[in-house]
Design a protein around this ligand. Sequence first.
Ligand code: DMJ
Length: 933
Amino acid sequence: MSEAGGGRGCGSSVPQRAPWSLVAATAAFCLVSATSVWTAGAAPMSREERQKLGNQVLEMFDHAYGNYMEHAYPADELMPLTCRGRVRGQEPSRGDVDDALGKFSLTLIDSLDTLVVLNKTKEFEDAVRKVLRDVNLDNDVVVSVFETNIRVLGGLLGGHSLAIMLKEKGEYMQWYNDELLQMAKQLGYKLLPAFNTTSGLPYPRINLKFGVRKPEARTGTETDTCTACAGTLILEFAALSRFTGATIFEEYARKALDFLWEKRQRSSNLVGVTINIHTGDWVRKDSGVGAGIDSYYEYLLKAYVLLGDDSFLERFNTHYDAIMRYISQPPLLLDVHIHKPMLNARTWMDALLAFFPGLQVLKGDIRPAIETHEMLYQVIKKHNFLPEAFTTDFRVHWAQHPLRPEFAESTYFLYKATGDPYYLEVGKTLIENLNKYARVPCGFAAMKDVRTGSHEDRMDSFFLAEMFKYLYLLFADKEDIIFDIEDYIFTTEAHLLPLWLSTTNQSISKKNTTSEYTELDDSNFDWTCPNTQILFPNDPLYAQSIREPLKNVVDKSCPRGIIRVEESFRSGAKPPLRARDFMATNPEHLEILKKMGVSLIHLKDGRVQLVQHAIQAASSIDAEDGLRFMQEMIELSSQQQKEQQLPPRAVQIVSHPFFGRVVLTAGPAQFGLDLSKHKETRGFVASSKPYNGCSELTNPEAVMGKIALIQRGQCMFAEKARNIQNAGAIGGIVIDDNEGSSSDTAPLFQMAGDGKDTDDIKIPMLFLFSKEGSIILDAIREYEEVEVLLSDKAKDRDPEMENEEQPSSENDSQNQSAEQITSSSQEVDLVDQESPEESFLNSQPESSSPADTDNAASVSASEQNSNPMENHETTSLDGECTDLDNQLQEQSETEEDSSPNVSWGKKVQPIDSILADWNEDIEAFEMMEKDEL
Ligand code: DMJ
């Protein structure tokens, strides 16, 4: 069985250490046919239904790709809320995320081989012509070496692989003459200067035009890179070498891998998250299978598959053994410290690790793959998508979801390995959720916050490169695809490389040290995986029986990982002091801190600051304990800060032609109607006059019974609220006056009161940054009547509502109460202050462990609290701080109560009919737009 078909390593009769190309043909027989085996458990899905779902995937791809091509191309990515291209330098910087953008039409290149998999050969031919005609790889832009390799080099090579396949078939691409490969080679040479380090590990960034280290390159001063960044090159680089005969690429990628292997922590066989590219020292010594490391492991196994080089499998097996020993705490996968692998380094998991069950299938370790996948699915069922990070008890840690494909990838591989139709149902849910929550008129928008359902103006290229491939392949039969997918291997970006490369230009690997690897005793390694054809027919309920105990894992959360550490010390040894147990008033704890080289500094304001000097520790082991303690403290602190924040709110545009599909992230107010406790407020919007809302409105008739739009600035938020309330508004949206500001780039905050009693303010108030606000203002300009819903969580888009012109009775009552409010709140306190008050509500991920970069780290904690981390020192407050504890409690109560499927209407409509309706109005919308033009 080939990797692309799922479960590489499958094939019980495979001779040991056979080059993979020999295995591919044999192994194809061991794949379980998705429909032929399953006799119990989830009901089989009919061919018709699978075809219908496959067609839905095609339609969704057309919607994403079509909008990119129409509104964004030749830009790198589509901004689906504002329906335009994302051009680097023209939008506010988003930091590292932007390093994927090189002004090289990223999404087009990343989509090339998806077009062929989805049987869109004609479109592929057009797309290749566009790449050859329009794409420039010589821009003066600093890009990520890792992202450029997996997305652009991988995209060009995947495109080339399928172009030559099509050409050989004799119908399409007859004109093709390796042009994509030539571009790939040109790009390969552009990446090579990054490897000019003593270690051979590449610099993380390169200037496409000027390389590294030259002044005009504006890069080359970095000292660190992530393990995945340095260890995810071999597939693309080896393919480039073997396609072209230029050996240098494979050599460089092998050298980087050799170095990482040398640097593994020898007792645990784990690698850290970041490494110094000059000294080879581990900079971050935590280790997991998610962000920062993920595809390093993936590429070791896949390099064995593609290149047939045993040393890669030996390395992978060694690491895998360590992962299963320390990181795998079924169903969780939790980061640990490389030197003390029995100690967890985190209390949360990131979404990137969702690829791991797929890799386990490839290795042939199905059971833990089923377990972790099921745990992830339970999290998805709770939040509709996998949040970027979630805690061991399955609470949201980082609330974004940029439409990542990893879970779909694992679902596909598990289906191929088990043939269990359950995984088809999982795929169906993924499709439904994407259409229901992420689809917007101009593409699919990333989720800014899975709890509120709000969107981000972002559609990453990997959504097209990966998501649609895996979803389509999940439902496709062999005959639905115009070539044999099993002849190819998927890169980490799901680009396809042909397995025949393993026997082409093999001399390259012979020259390299990796193939002479003999260091480990590999006698216990299993060189094959279980043959699913034998395993599952004997026990068709196998996968189901593994999943069953996990069905309620999210509801009845069991943070096993944390317990495990204590368990390991039950044998007698005293457990190290954990950050969460630390009490600044406990003399025993203070003694332990001293031993670890951690000192307490009492600050004037009553807080205490912790500082570690490794050199002052009693021993190197104590110093390490101290470092770990500080890391834990920082982590705990950031987690508790997050928990103390008010969650953001949502402004959902519900009128034609949006119908609830566009959801904007809004900041809450510390006064007025609390949307988390009350029903949402719905109404048409109207701009207030004066627009800043700082004095009595001159247009009360325009805002009466409506949601008033007010500009930020000139006076207090509370004052604006009172003025619009007096004019009869039922709610208010404050729009930032700082042009270009966006919740993508600025931390969200709560609007604070004016320091006085704000109980008189009864209407809900929300804050939008300028970019989100202008989406509403543009809509008013275009459609005049714009209706919005203010809530704590976006509501399902129910097309029935599209026909409702009249406000609901609920809104009637809101209108009435607004009128009452108007008459009862004539007298308000006016505060004459220049700057509005605000308190920050940071929803951005924070750097997780700054402490481990040095031997001195510090964190502040409040001594007065019995829990040392109940401190407010990092909460940035421009205005007054409200009682966050109460709010937190209310917030969690609300979270418990909130049903993920609240619907506007009472009617339940099947998803198919919802989708059909949507398609109709999207078409109508497009027609209307064309007519207007
Ligand atoms: C993709 O670009 C690749 O899969 C990469 O390895 C990490 N994840 C992103 C998508 O989430």
